[in-house]
Design a protein around this ligand. Sequence first.
Ligand code: CMP
Length: 139
Amino acid sequence: AAAHKTFSPEELVQKFPLFEGLSEEQREALVLHFHPKSAQPGERVIRAGDVADEAYFISSGEVEVSVSGRRIKLRAGAVFGEMALLSGQPRSADVTAIDYSEFLTLSRGDFRQFVRKYPSIRSQVAALAAQRGQMNEQW
Ligand code: CMP
């Protein structure tokens, strides 16, 4: 079997469509704010109703969002935990790791600073959060 390659945060940042518009310098600056985290299969990463303290970018693995009795899978390159940070509301859903998963996280303060600094990223993340919120209301 092929050995798992370990990606550096610099390499990981390149995998996220959200960061495509950033320059090399901007990516390097962003990387300094990331905290790596991981979760075992079955581990709950976010609990609905909790106060939000960080946003998650999936660098490997897979998680399941559980909301209104529905389950949505998110994989590498996806972001989650952005809704509560943008809205100031409690966490809107449970998020559980399906596979062993690795994340880059941004603290609430760093996330806010980050989206304030890059309005085009802010609008992408806000559009994503709005879309997810609408989806959840319809169910
Ligand atoms: P937050 O509310 O902070 O915490 C739970 C997260 O689950 C939420 O942010 C979103 O990132 C994610 N989430 C909630 N609803 C959906 C959905 N319909 N599709 C994908 N992700 C979702």
